[in-house]
Each structure stands twice: as structure tokens, then as C-alpha cells.
Design a protein around this ligand. Structure first.
Ligand SMILES: Nc1nc2c(ncn2[C@@H]2O[C@H](COP(=O)(O)OP(=O)(O)OP(=O)(O)O)[C@@H](O)[C@H]2O)c(=O)[nH]1
Ligand SMILES: [Mg+2]
Length: 482
């Protein structure tokens, strides 16, 4: 928040990296910039005052004794149309350590102080030229090593993330205003707090865009670091065989005995340029089991929660029973799943069979939040033994991990950074509670609490405050005095 005395100082720093180079820049920002410029810069052609946004040729001098320090170009950017929204001075000189030191020293001698790291950009934020996401983008731009990082940071600097958050914030403020009215006027029949309409609105205008941000973040991480893939299914369906087939080696034991695999075995592979860690697991079944197999099953369930993508394997020749899909219920909601129907070589009629199988799978009761099957997953019939269908499976896996846009043009719009992602997760969690509360018609006070929490998170990302805005919203949009 501006008002801090330190934010009124004139700051100065060398803006270019240390060491000999073509050009070095000394930059200053703040109220003393014009007098500093008059004292330190001696124009080659007499000027009353350097014009804003022009380069002026001349000399940098030490005002204390008139010593000429270097031949320079001087640029002045007058407030408020500058990087910091304050008066800004840039002296472009020859980049030598002694030159830069002397020019900076001359500027400091006129009443500026040395800038702290990032202070110019911080002022741009404090003075409202950019929001926090853009300030962070500047930092990311200066750090970007790859083309992908650069493109994402520029995207964020242009304000894409800010725009998304702004619309989400507007939706949250509107919802909060409606809820606050319901709190203030409980006796009135307020048609605008119609819970299901409000929930639908919030889900579309807030939850969906926030989830898209998180997905974009996950996809970027997958592009850079690779993804975890887990093979799960009932015993003997051919998980280990498929693991070996994808790897192209006989890495793990395959046998006709159900319950062969106990430990989790991991190997890394590359599919269409994507790095993947593939995990084979113990077949999941219930009933009296020996303790080692039981531990294996627990580990398999844990691996399902950890993985970025679940490959659920079935034996095409054994029609699925209720129990066969039950293991998918322990998958976290919305975790992407690919269904593999294995052993198609044993079934001459496998195309028709696969159709039946898919219909049966999707009609089985998936359970409350069996997120895995809530969106229709891709179904791929294969034979781990002969390798038929493996190519299709690989494509399906890659498609499941990355949205097509991401594969063709990797840097997708507005990918949040880690800090932003964590805060957005908090917002999504709070929003989830709001939607549940609306559904079960909790008192508006409770709903308001989580809405505010969600709003706080969004504003933490943007770096704004909301109390004034909220009041404006209530009085601006509703006819309270009625
Ligand atoms: N014909 C045929 N047999 C297969 C295929 N895939 C696996 N099998 C056989 O099915 C049996 C079980 O294979 P595994 O790969 O060990 O099965 P799993 O799912 O890892 O079994 P557990 O580790 O016990 O859970 C073995 O005898 C395999 O040779 C296939 O595509 N076609
Ligand atoms: Mg196995």
C-alpha cells in the first residue's frame, strides 16, 4: 500500500548487468528525477528541459566538480506515463564498471538512494500500473531461459491471467452482494438468492475458469517434468504384460497366477516426446488375502491418487461386474482415466465385444464421486501379448495428458506460477464449499464466509483489496432502500 515514506524516495540503480559491454544504463525514478537530470546531464545542444520520451545526446558530468564522466544518451519519461508511473530517468552510457559507478554516484549525490531489488517494478505495482500477476511476470521474463518460459511470461505480462482473475472476482463479488443482502434482509423473499441459479452462475463464471488455470499449470508441469502414469486393474488382466510392452523389455514378472505383482515397479519411458514415469501395481481384489498382497493393494490405491493419469486395465474376455469398476472409486475425482481392454487376441469378435464392454462399463454404478468414470474416458482395445492396439493406446495416453492446443503450441495462455497456483487451489476449495453450501441450503452467513475466503485468495493473487469495492458493489447493484 502506498503511503510508506520509503516509497516516496527517489531511487536509482544500474539497470544493466555488471561487466564490460556495449551499453550500460543508470536508471532513476521518483520526484527528484528532473533536478537530478539537470545536474548530471549536460546536453550537447542546449535544451531548456529534456523532452519526455526522447533520446538526448550529451555528456554525463559530476555536478560537484564538473568532471566529464562519459558520453551518453539521456531519456526522461515523465509521470505518469512511465514504467513506475513516476518521473523516470535513464542515462545510457558505455558499460564499464568505473563509468557506471561514477554516474550512479553522481545521481546518488543529488538526493537519490540506491534502489532495492525489484523496487522499480514494485512501484509500478504500488502505483497501480500493473497488478501482482504482471509484476511477477516481469520477474519471470528476466529469468526465462526457454522459449516456452518467455512466451508464458509475456502472456502474463500482457494481462491474460489478470483478466481471467478479474472476471472471476467480478462473479464472486456479485454473488457475495446477493448473499449479503439475504443476510441483511432475512425476512424478505429475495428472489435473487436463488441457490441453484447462483450455484450455476458461480460454477460457470468462477469455478470453471479457475479449474482451467490449474489444468494449464498441471499441463505445463507435465511438459517440463513429465507425468506419472499408473497401471491398475484386477489381478491377471495383464497389467505387467502391458507394462513390459510399453517399455519394450521384459522388466517385470508375468504369470498366469493372479496376484503375481506385489510391489510397485516404476520405469521411465518417452511417448511422443513426453517423459513419463510408468508404474505397475498389484492387482486389486478383495477377500481373504495374504498380508503382502494386501499391502501391495494399498500401495496401488495410493499410487492412483499420486498419478497424473490412470490407465485402468480390463480383460476383454471377462464381462465387467460391479466389483470390477469399484476400484476406480478410490481414484480422486476428475483424475483422467484411460480404459484399456486387454487380450483382444483371444477374442476374434473383439470390435463388437469392445462396444458392449464400453456400454456395460459406463452403465455400471460408478458410485458417488467416482470421478474417474464421470467424464467418458477413452477406451482402447489392445493385446499386450501381440502388441496390437499399442500405438492407439500411446496416442490416447498423450491426448489424455495434454490438451491438443498444448501439444501444438506449448505455452498456453495464462499459466499461473507456483505461488499463484497454490492460492488458486485454495480458492477452488473454498468455492467447492460454497457450491455444497448452496446445494444443501446452508444459512447465507456460512456461504458468505467461504465466498469471502475465495475472494481473498483471488485478491491475494492479484494483489488487491476488496472492502471498498464490495460496498460499491452492494450499493451500486441493488436497491437496498426499497
Ligand atoms: N492372450 C493374451 N494373454 C495375455 C495378454 N496379456 C497378458 N496375458 C497373460 O495373462 C496372464 C497375466 O498377465 P500379467 O501381466 O501377469 O497380469 P497382471 O495384471 O500383471 O497380474 P497380477 O500382477 O497378478 O495382478 C499371463 O499369463 C499373461 O501371459 C494378452 O494380451 N493376450
Ligand atoms: Mg502383474
Amino acid at each position: 500500500v502506498p503511503g510508506n515514506i520509503k516509497d516516496c524516495d527517489t531511487i536509482a540503480a544500474v539497470a544493466t548487468p555488471a561487466g564490460p559491454g556495449g551499453i550500460g544504463i543508470v536508471r532513476a525514478s521518483g520526484p527528484l528525477v528532473m533536478p537530478i537530470c539537470r545536474a548530471v546531464f549536460q546536453p550537447a545542444h542546449p535544451l531548456k528541459e529534456p523532452e519526455s520520451f526522447r533520446l538526448h545526446y550529451g555528456w554525463a558530468v559530476d555536478p560537484r566538480n564538473g568532471t566529464v564522466l562519459d558520453e551518453v544518451l539521456c531519456a526522461v519519461m515523465r509521470a505518469p506515463r512511465s514504467y513506475t508511473r513516476e518521473d523516470v530517468l535513464e542515462l545510457h552510457c558505455h558499460s564499464g564498471p568505473a563509468v557506471l559507478r561514477r554516474i550512479l554516484d553522481a545521481v546518488l549525490g543529488q538526493g537519490a538512494r540506491i534502489a532495492e531489488p525489484g523496487e522499480f517494478t514494485r512501484r509500478a505495482f504500488l502505483n497501480g500500473r500493473i497488478d501482482l500477476t504482471q509484476a511477477e511476470a516481469v520477474l519471470e521474463l528476466t529469468r526465462a531461459q526457454s522459449e516456452c518460459e518467455r512466451a508464458e511470461a509475456v502472456n502474463q505480462l500482457e494481462g491474460r491471467l489478470k483478466e481471467v482473475l478479474k472476471t472471476v472476482r467480478a462473479a464472486l463479488l456479485e454473488a457475495l452482494a446477493r448473499v449479503e443482502v439475504a443476510i441483511d434482509f432475512p425476512e424478505e423473499d429475495i428472489e435473487f438468492l436463488e441457490p441453484s441459479a447462483l450455484a450455476a452462475d458461480l460454477s460457470e463464471r468462477a469455478l470453471t475458469p479457475l479449474q482451467a488455470l490449474l489444468r494449464a499449470h498441471a499441463e505445463r508441469r507435465i511438459l517440463r517434468e513429465g507425468a506419472r502414469l499408473v497401471l491398475v486393474g484386477r489381478p491377471n488382466v495383464g497389467k505387467s504384460s502391458l507394462f513390459n510392452a510399453l517399455l519394450g523389455t521384459g522388466r517385470v514378472i508375468v504369470s498366469p497366477v493372479p496376484g503375481t505383482t506385489r510391489d510397485i515397479v516404476e520405469e521411465s519411458i518417452e511417448l511422443q516426446g513426453l517423459r513419463l514415469i510408468l508404474a505397475d501395481t498389484a492387482g486389486i481384489r478383495t477377500g481373504p488375502l495374504d498380508p503382502v498382497e494386501d499391502m501391495g493393494i494399498t500401495m496401488a490405491m495410493g499410487e492412483m491418487r499420486r498419478a497424473d493419469h490412470i490407465v485402468a486395465i480390463f480383460d476383454l474376455n471377462a464381462p465387467p461386474e460391479d466389483e470390477d469398476v469399484s476400484f476406480l472409486r478410490s481414484a480422486p475425482p476428475a483424475k483422467p482415466v484411460t480404459i484399456v481392454l486387454n487380450k483382444r487376441d483371444l477374442c476374434p469378435d473383439w470390435i463388437r465385444r469392445a462396444g458392449e464392454f464400453t456400454r456395460r462399463l459406463t452403465s455400471l454404478p460408478a458410485g458417488g464421486d467416482a470421478g474417474g468414470l464421470s467424464a467418458p474416458p477413452q477406451v482402447v482395445p489392445v493385446s499386450a501379448l501381440t502388441g496390437e492396439g499399442l500405438h492407439e493406446l500411446k496416442s490416447a495416453i498423450v491426448a489424455g495428458l495434454l490438451a491438443p492446443a498444448m501439444r501444438e503450441a506449448p505455452p498456453q495462455a495464462f499459466v499461473p506460477n507456483l505461488r499463484q497456483k497454490q492460492v488458486v487451489e485454495g480458492a477452488v476449495a473454498a468455492l467447492g464449499r460454497v457450491l455444497t453450501a448452496l446445494e444443501i441450503q446452508d444459512p447465507p452467513e456460512l456461504i458468505a464466509l467461504d465466498l469471502k475466503k475465495c475472494l481473498d485468495e483471488i485478491e491475494t493473487v492479484m494483489g488487491t483489496r476488496h472492502t471498498e469495492d464490495l460496498l460499491d458493489m452492494i450499493f451500486g447493484n441493488f436497491c437496498i432502500g426499497k
